[in-house]
Design a protein around this ligand. Structure first.
Ligand SMILES: [Cu+2]
Length: 139
């Protein structure tokens, strides 16, 4: 019995440790009138000793979410889809306009009227993490 409770305690602790990533300043751009897509940005902080891998995003505002980056091709900035975003141990990764971002596709009609919304981030090997985002106009 003692062994089992110790084991439970240990898994509880390691579970907390795995959830140690921090999301700061998350926001989603209010879709422009008539447009059914937009993008979301945030700072992902990884204070742990292990690499963080963001693999998937879901949310209530759109049919699907993709991870994108911008790449210059012949002097023209183009968006490219990525399979994941890796955040090295003890480092930060900023999703920002003209950089890596979360593409929000086939948005619903409610999103432009919201002030706040949510998304669920799926990091490899971790429990899904729900985050809050501000809905705001482009800077
Ligand atoms: Cu994009």
């Amino acid at each position: 019995m003692k062994v089992i409770s110790l084991f439970l305690l240990f898994s509880l602790f390691s579970g907390l440790d795995l959830q140690a990533q921090v999301i700061e300043d998350a926001w989603i751009k209010k879709p422009l009138p008539g447009l059914k897509m937009t993008a979301a940005y945030m700072l992902i902080v990884n204070p742990t000793d292990k690499e963080l891998v963001l693999e998937k995003i879901t949310g209530p505002d759109a049919l699907y979410y993709e991870i994108h980056t911008h790449k210059s091709e012949n002097g023209i900035m183009k968006m490219r889809q990525l399979k994941s975003i890796k955040i090295a141990p003890k480092s930060k990764h900023e999703l920002k306009p003209m950089g890596d971002h979360i593409m929000v596709m086939q948005t619903n009609n409610e999103l432009p009227n919201k002030l706040k919304t949510t998304m669920t981030l799926y990091f490899k090997g971790q429990k899904p993490k729900e985050i809050n985002l501000e809905v705001k106009k482009s800077l």
